[in-house]
Design a protein around this ligand. Structure first.
Ligand code: ISE
Length: 335
């Protein structure tokens, strides 16, 4: 049976997911949408057959034919929507971050444990990117030996007007937090942040770029350059340095051109383009698993761990100190 999905939040990501469910992937349809902005919700729903528009997420989840929920509203609205989905026993794909703060993430973690089964997949889409998957398999198979370091670069052409220095960690570096945990199969145990003099192209008051350092439970060290106003495009790279060699992804694919005495390739301008395939594969995998009664991908535990590491990262940003990461005990549900 086709899976009816309620999409909560019809901003940039939500609208992109509605388009994806409606015209790219198979096995699902958008049955309802919700957005605080009633006109926006109506506009998104109007192009889709049998799709109702709401301002209240609970009303969208209660709409006829809804069997699962995709949460793409702003981070602070996630917790309430997740708890509402739990009350209805609906499987959820929740865009990152699970919640912006560790306390909220812990409440969601506890609520899911009370249900006694996993309902949530957190939308860390890099886990579905073909290059990231190849790197993960390479590290897991161990042909290069033990990973010693990861060098990561995360660059955006420009940050949106509402972006704050904290968001460099909570909204952007959160991807490297999850990628590090997933690629290495280790927890992050401490965070440090170095802050060069900001670029003169960064908006007033934004500490951009920054260099973020993670230490991990297996003794690896990870550096992340986060630069959200680099100006030239969207670029995400990762090089793993292992005992017997290195493996790197990002920056190498795509169409190459030679013209007017220069050789080059186009650089995507934002993440919806760079990670378009990853988003398609992520949502298709979630729909397939949900239709078979399974839950896979990043779990509520992964979302919680990312929130705790980001909290430590923000404290490291503010204090200039090395901040230890203290996680709760991992519950058996996420073993
Ligand atoms: C944005 O929210 C994302 O998730 C992108 O992947 C990231 O590159 C960007 O910095 C974030 O603001």
């Amino acid at each position: 049976m086709t899976l009816g999905i309620a999409v909560i939040g019809t901003g940039r990501m939500g609208a992109d997911h509605v388009r994806r469910i409606d015209s790219v992937i198979s096995g699902a349809r958008v049955a309802a949408v919700a957005d605080l902005d009633a006109e926006r919700a109506k506009a998104v729903a109007s192009g889709i057959e049998r799709c109702s528009a709401h301002t209240d997420p609970a009303a969208a989840m209660a709409a006829p034919g809804v069997g699962a929920v995709l949460i793409a509203s702003s981070g602070p609205a996630h917790e309430a929507a997740l708890l509402e989905a739990f009350a209805r026993g609906l499987p959820v794909l929740c865009e990152k971050p699970l919640t912006p703060d560790p306390a909220g993430a812990l409440r969601v973690l506890e609520a899911e444990q009370r249900l006694g089964r996993r309902l949530v997949q957190v939308g860390f889409m890099r886990r579905y990117d073909a290059e990231y998957q190849e790197l993960q398999r390479t590290l897991e198979h161990g042909e290069l030996g033990r990973p010693l370091m990861l060098h990561c670069r995360h660059r955006n052409a420009a940050s949106p007007s509402f972006f704050t220095t904290e968001m460099l960690i909570r909204d952007s570096v959160v991807h490297e937090v999850d990628a590090t945990r997933w690629l290495l199969g280790q927890e992050i145990t401490a965070v440090q942040v170095l802050r060069p003099r900001p670029s003169s192209h960064a908006p007033q008051g934004l500490g951009d770029p920054q260099l973020v350092l993670f230490e991990t439970s297996g003794g690896a060290v990870v550096d992340v350059e986060i630069f959200v106003n680099c100006g030239f495009g969207y670029e995400v790279r990762c090089e793993a340095v292992c005992e017997r060699g290195t493996a790197s992804i990002g920056g190498s694919g795509g169409l190459r051109t030679r013209s007017a005495g220069r050789a080059g390739r186009d650089i995507p301008q934002d993440f919806t383009i760079r990670f378009a395939d990853a988003y398609d594969r992520e949502v298709q995998a979630w729909v397939d698993a949900t239709r078979q009664g399974r839950v896979e991908g990043a779990s509520t535990w992964d979302g919680y761990a990312a929130a705790v590491v980001c909290e430590a990262g923000v404290r490291a940003q503010e204090t200039g100190e090395r901040v230890r990461v203290q996680l709760a005990e991992r519950p058996a549900l996420y073993a």
